[in-house]
Design a binder for this molecule. Structure first.
Ligand code: ATP
Ligand code: FE
Length: 353
């Protein structure tokens, strides 16, 4: 099977071609991602209208390029997969309209994909994981533990009740005058700092369950920064590194501690602990999760970063998995701003939730 996938739910426009033969390992024939950072940088965040227009302008070009790089034409595709939510509705609509157009023009089947399912199924594309496995999605917009039992069978074991961890890294960078995106900048500082200097909270660790909270950490960091400024008139380079290291240690401890709980709450027979999302790029967080997996005698799977962050290869792959399982959509496929993963079928649609 050869599937074209489209992604446009946030600020990356993507198109990709993924192929899987019977039995053989799947292959990413092409994956094109065009970011929009420069379009939004002046506004301090993604502007939905600008994003939607940029997606509409670029989707065609991305599709053309993905097909060209794969050396294939539309007629070689077995189906067209597209992110149908959750995400910024204008962007999701742009993608769904584009995919419907391609499907109508070629007579190919249309497959709607949940963006989060795309992230959650990526370890099957990269590492051929068997169901069930546990995955932590940790990005700028999401944070949740999912037990993945099937193409269409996800159980959310817990997640953040406020900010996502990537968002916390970004806000920390902002408070310390470091560049955006904050994750890599804070990580680089943390490597030079003392993670034990500031005792930042590990929220919800004393409570059962896998829910997490990261917004209090930002307040604690702000308070520590301001008391340094009050005492010394400013913060030194070493103070900043120590603040970053202590912040990162807190995020790491929460993610690792809750991962340990998620493993015990997950179904029997897990094949692995996996991660996805931009935060999975963090070496210290990865190492801590690796340790948790080792303790539980599970393999630890972290897909390459380009497949952990938003991309269309994961959408093509999730579409391929759905299509192979006999699922597809028709022209009534709706774009959904909200779409919890434990309700996977786009047939359940409506105007979102
Ligand atoms: P989503 O995919 O959930 O819609 P997103 O597009 O913000 O959200 P990603 O592209 O997966 O998410 O990840 C970006 C986030 O990952 C940013 O918040 C960034 O700061 C964070 N991040 C990237 N690298 C690192 C790192 N080394 N350490 C910690 N966080 C990181
Ligand atoms: Fe994403």
């Amino acid at each position: 099977l050869t599937i074209l996938g489209l992604e446009s739910s946030c600020d990356d426009t993507g198109a990709a071609v993924v192929r899987a033969g019977p039995g053989g390992a799947p292959e990413i024939l092409s994956s094109v991602v065009r970011g929009q950072t420069t379009l939004h940088s002046a506004f301090g965040g993604v502007v939905p209208e600008i994003a939607a227009r940029a997606h509409a302008e670029r989707l065609d070009l991305c599709v053309e390029e993905a097909l060209r790089r794969a050396g294939l034409g539309l007629s070689d595709m077995d189906a067209i997969a597209v992110t149908a939510g959750p995400g910024l509705i204008g962007g999701v609509l742009s993608g769904v309209m584009c995919a419907k157009g391609l499907a109508a023009a070629t007579g190919k089947p249309l497959v709607g994909v949940n963006h989060l399912a795309g992230h959650a199924l990526t370890p099957r594309l990269t590492d051929g994981l068997d169901f069930p496995y546990l995955i932590l999605l940790a990005s700028g917009g999401h944070c949740q533990f999912l037990a993945v039992r099937g193409v269409d069978d996800f159980t959310r074991l817990g997640g953040t009740i406020d900010d996502a961890p990537g968002e916390a890294f970004d806000k920390t960078a902002k408070l310390l005058a470091l560049p955006q995106p904050g994750g890599p900048a804070v990580e680089a500082e943390a490597e030079k700092g003392d993670g034990k200097r500031f005792a930042f909270p590990r929220p919800l660790m004393d409570r059962p369950g896998c829910d997490m909270s990261f917004s209090g950490l930002k307040t604690a960091l702000l308070r520590a920064r301001d008391s340094l400024i009050a005492e010394q008139g400013g913060i030194t380079v070493q103070d900043r590194a120590d603040l970053c290291a202590s912040f990162q240690a807190a995020v790491r401890d929460v993610l690792a501690g809750k991962a340990r709980r998620a493993i015990s709450a997950a179904p029997e027979g897990l094949s692995a602990l996996a991660v996805a999302g931009g935060v999975a790029a963090n070496r210290s967080i990865r190492a801590a999760l690796q340790e948790v997996a080792d303790e539980a005698a599970l393999p630890f799977v972290a897909p390459p970063l380009s497949l952990c962050t938003d991309n269309a290869a994961m959408i093509a792959w999730a579409g391929l998995e759905r299509f192979r399982a006999g699922q597809q959509d028709d022209m009534t496929l709706a774009a959904r701003p909200r779409w919890p993963l434990d309700q996977t079928s786009p047939a359940l649609v409506g105007a979102g939730r």
